[in-house]
Ligand binder design. Structure first.
Ligand code: GCW
Length: 696
C-alpha cells in the first residue's frame, strides 16, 4: 500500500530539511568566545592535505607535565585544524613526524647537533626546522628548556592557524623580556577592581577548569607569570588559607611554565603577624618577611615574588616610618632573592606635598633612589606619568633610572578606555609607548630598549599587564577585549612586533580568514584607539573621565582630592584651556631629556595630540591645521563620534560572514559605543562651550 504523505508530514520534512541546511552552514558548535584564539576549527579541505602529510605523528619525548601539556595541545590543535586525529608516537616512523623536545631529554633531538644554536636561544627560546630524521622528512621544535619547547609548539600551531606552509621551516625565536606578567586586580572575595568581565576565577576559590584554559592561552603567547591578587592587597592573602589556594593554582599553572606571584600588603607584619611595627629597619620585621618568604617557597618552590603598592592611595608603606621606598623594597627582596624571587615595587605614587603637579611626583620620589635598590627589585612603572589615560606621554622614569630594573606596567583592562563596552584595540597605544624615544643615551633610546635592558645593560627585565579577564563566557566581556590580552602577550615577547601584524594573527585565529574579512576587522581595530581619543580626550586633554571611570565628566570636581578631579587637569575658563607644564608652568617638561624638554616646552614643537597636556592655550590659539583651538576641539569630538558610528557600519558589512552569536554580541556593543560617543561629544562640547563663555 502506497502511503500517503500527509500535509503535516511534508511540512515537517521541509522544516527538517531547512534545519539541516542551516546546521551545515553554521559552525558545528556555538561560538561563545571561550576558546579565544585557540579555536582550531577545521581548515578548508583543500588546505588540509598538505598539512596532513606534514603532520602524521606527534612525537614529544619529554616525560614531564610540560611534555604532556605540549602533546595534548598538539593533539587538540592538529586534530581540530586537520579535521582528524593525529596519533601520538614514541618515535618517528616514516615521513611527517612533528617532534618537540630538548637535547637533554631526547637523544633524537640531541643527535640533530643543534645544541650550540639552542644554547644561545636560552631556556625559553626555540628553533622550528624542517629536517630529516633517519631519512624521513620531519618538523622539529627544539629548545634548551621545556618552556621553549612549549612556546615553539604553540608557534607551530599558529603557523598552521595562519595557513603558513610547514616546509621548509627555519625559525629561531626567543623572548626579549624576561618576566612577562599579568597582574590581576582580583580581591579575595571574588570581585575585581576595574574588572568588566565577571568575577574572579582565582578567588574565593580557584575555578580549576578555567585556570587550566587560562594557562594554555597564556602559554600560547608566552606569558610566564601572574599576580593573582590585587595590588590593593588584602594582608590575608599571605595567610595559610589563601596560600593553600595559591599553591593549588600554582600546580595548575606550572606545566604551562607560568609562575604565581602575590601582591603583598606592606603592613602584613603587624596585621597578620602580630608585630608591633612594619618598620623595614626593625630586625623583627626583617625576620618576619624572611620567614614568610620561606613558608611560601616551601609550598610553591617556583614562586615568582611580590608586587607592592606602598605609600600610594592610602596603602601603608615605609614612609609611614620615615623610611624610603628602597628601604621597604629591599627588606622584601632580601627575603625572596635567596629563592630566586623578585620584588616589583610600584612607582604609582603621588603625594601632593612632593610637588603640586601630580604627574611629576613619581620621578621626584624615585630618581634619587636609583642605585639604592636591592638587585632583585624592579621599579614597576605605568606607561605614562598620570594613570592609564587614552593618551599620555611616556613616563619620564623610563631612561631616568639606569641602575634599577624597570618593569613597565600596561593596563589591558579598559579602565579609562570604555570598559568592556567599547572596541578599542590597545596595541597601537602600547606601540606608541614602546617606540617613544627617551633620548636617555641620545637619539634612538626607545622605551623598548630601556625595558629590554639593552640600552643600559640590565639583566632583569620585564613587563606587566593589568588583566581584563573574568568568568564571563568569552573571558573579557567584549570579544575584542581578547585581542588586547593577545597583543599584550605578543608585545611582551617581542616589543618590535607591529600592531597590524599582531591584529592579523589574532583575527585569523579568532574569526577565520577570508582576505576581505581580515581587512575589515583589521581596519576597525587599527583605527579604534585614535577614534576613542577623539571622542573623549582629544588634543592632549586628560583625566576628563571621573566617577566610575567610564564617561567623561569634565565638570568633575572631586571633593576628596583635587588631583582626582577633571578641572584640576583641563583648567578651562573664559580665556584658555590645558595644563601648563612648561618651564613657566609646573616644569614637568624638565623631567624629560633634551631635546624633548625643549620641544615640549614650546607649543609650536609639541605634537597636537599632546598639546593640552603640556600647554595652557587661549581658545583662539592657531593650530597647525589653521583652525583655532576651539574649532579644532569641536572638529575632533565631532570626527571621533562620526567615526565611532563608522565602526558600527563597517562591522555590519560582516553579517553572514562570521558566526551570528559573536556578530550580534559585537554589534550590540558597537551600537552602545557609537551612542556613547555622540553623547560624550555633546557633553564635553557643551561643557567647554560654557567654560569659554565665562568671563575670565
Ligand atoms: O587607576 C587607578 C585605579 C585604581 C588602581 C590604581 C593603581 C589598583 O583607579 O583602581 O588601584 O590606579 O594602579 O594602584
Amino acid at each position: 500500500m502506497r502511503r500517503q504523505t500527509s500535509p503535516c508530514r511534508s511540512r515537517l520534512a521541509r522544516i527538517a530539511g531547512a534545519a539541516l541546511a542551516l546546521a551545515l552552514a553554521a559552525p558545528v558548535h556555538a561560538e561563545t568566545g571561550y576558546d579565544l584564539w585557540l579555536r582550531y576549527p577545521a581548515l578548508p579541505a583543500a588546505d588540509r592535505a598538505a598539512y596532513r602529510t606534514a603532520a602524521t605523528a606527534i612525537v614529544v619525548p619529554l616525560r614531564s607535565p610540560t611534555g604532556d601539556a605540549i602533546a595534548a595541545e598538539l593533539a587538540r590543535g592538529l586534530g581540530g585544524l586537520l579535521g582528524g586525529d593525529v596519533p601520538r608516537a614514541e618515535r618517528p616512523r616514516g615521513a611527517g613526524a612533528i617532534v618537540v623536545g630538548t637535547p637533554t631529554a631526547s637523544p633524537l633531538v640531541a643527535a640533530l647537533g643543534w645544541s650550540a644554536a639552542l644554547e644561545t636561544l636560552g631556556d625559553e627560546g626555540y628553533v622550528i626546522r624542517s629536517t630529516t630524521i633517519e631519512g624521513a622528512p620531519a618538523t622539529v621544535v627544539a629548545s634548551k628548556g621545556e618552556a621553549g619547547a612549549l612556546y615553539g609548539a604553540f608557534h607551530l600551531l599558529r603557523l598552521i592557524q595562519m595557513r603558513q606552509p610547514l616546509s621548509p621551516l627555519d625559525i629561531a625565536d626567543r623572548p626579549r623580556l624576561g618576566r612577562r606578567l599579568l597582574n590581576h586586580w582580583d580581591n579575595l572575595d571574588g570581585s575585581i577592581e576595574r574588572g568588566y568581565a565577571g568575577r574572579s576565577f582565582w578567588w574565593p576559590a580557584p575555578v580549576a577548569a578555567r585556570v587550566a584554559d587560562y594557562a594554555r592561552a597564556n602559554a600560547s603567547i608566552g606569558v610566564n607569570g601572574t599576580v593573582i591578587n590585587s595590588v590593593n592587597a588584602n594582608p590575608q592573602s599571605l595567610t595559610a588559607p589563601f596560600l593553600d589556594k595559591a599553591t593549588a593554582i600554582a600546580a595548575i599553572l606550572r606545566p604551562y611554565r607560568i609562575r604565581v606571584y602575590l601582591a603583598a600588603n606592606f603592613a602584613a607584619p603587624k596585621m597578620i603577624g602580630g608585630l608591633a611595627t612594619n618598620d623595614p629597619r626593625d630586625p623583627a620585621v626583617v625576620r618576619w618577611w624572611r620567614a614568610k618568604a620561606d613558608e611560601i617557597y616551601q609550598r610553591i618552590p617556583d614562586f615568582g615574588g611580590f608586587v607592592v603598592k606602598a605609600n600610594s592611595e592610602g596603602q601603608p608603606g615605609p614612609q609611614d616610618y620615615g623610611r624610603t621606598h628602597a628601604d621597604g623594597a629591599n627588606v622584601l627582596a632580601a627575603a625572596v632573592a635567596p629563592h630566586g624571587g623578585v620584588v616589583m615595587w610600584r612607582a604609582f605614587v603621588y603625594n601632593a606635598d612632593v610637588d603640586p603637579d601630580r604627574v611629576k611626583r613619581a620621578y621626584a620620589e624615585f630618581v634619587p633612589l636609583d642605585g639604592r635598590f636591592h638587585a632583585s627589585v624592579f621599579a614597576q612603572v605605568k606607561n605614562g606619568p598620570l594613570d592609564f589615560q587614552p593618551r599620555e606621554p611616556f613616563h619620564p622614569l623610563f631612561g631616568a633610572m639606569p641602575k634599577t630594573p624597570l618593569m613597565a606596567e600596561l593596563q589591558i583592562t579598559q579602565e579609562y578606555l570604555g570598559h568592556a563596552n567599547h572596541l578599542v584595540y590597545l596595541a597601537p597605544m602600547w606601540k606608541e609607548f614602546l617606540e617613544a624615544d627617551t633620548y636617555a643615551s641620545g637619539p634612538g633610546s626607545a622605551v623598548a630598549q630601556v625595558i629590554d635592558g639593552s640600552l643600559e645593560g640590565k639583566r632583569e627585565t620585564g613587563i606587566a599587564g593589568v588583566a581584563n579577564t573574568g568568568q564571563d563566557g568569552n573571558w573579557t566581556g567584549h570579544d575584542f577585549g581578547q585581542a588586547n590580552w593577545y597583543a599584550f602577550g605578543r608585545l611582551a615577547w617581542n616589543p618590535s612586533l607591529g600592531a597590524a601584524a599582531i591584529a592579523d594573527e589574532w583575527i585569523r585565529m579568532t574569526w577565520g580568514g577570508t582576505p576581505d574579512l581580515i581587512a575589515t576587522i583589521r581596519s576597525i581595530m587599527l583605527d579604534s584607539r585614535e577614534i576613542f581619543v577623539r571622542y573623549t580626550m582629544p588634543l592632549g586633554l586628560h583625566h576628563l573621565i571621573g566617577g566610575d571611570h567610564y564617561a567623561p565628566m569634565p565638570e568633575n570636581a572631586d571633593p576628596r582630592r583635587a588631583d582626582w578631579s577633571a578641572i584640576y587637569y583641563h583648567r578651562a575658563d573664559g580665556r584658555a584651556v590645558g595644563y601648563d607644564r612648561t618651564r613657566a608652568g609646573s616644569d614637568a617638561v624638565s623631567q624629560y631629556r633634551p631635546p624633548l624638554r625643549a620641544w615640549w616646552n614650546d607649543p609650536a614643537t609639541t605634537p597636537d595630540d599632546l598639546l593640552l597636556w603640556f600647554h595652557r592655550l587661549p581658545w583662539d590659539f592657531r593650530m597647525k591645521s589653521g583652525r583655532t583651538l576651539w574649532d579644532e576641539l569641536v572638529f575632533s569630538y565631532g570626527q571621533g563620534a562620526d567615526e565611532a558610528k563608522g565602526l558600527e557600519l563597517r562591522w555590519t558589512t560582516l553579517r553572514g560572514k562570521i558566526d551570528d552569536e559573536r556578530y550580534q554580541a559585537v554589534l550590540a556593543r558597537l551600537r552602545r559605543q557609537s551612542d556613547d560617543a555622540a553623547a560624550w561629544r555633546d557633553k564635553c562640547l557643551r561643557y567647554f562651550e560654557a567654560a569659554r563663555a565665562r568671563r575670565p
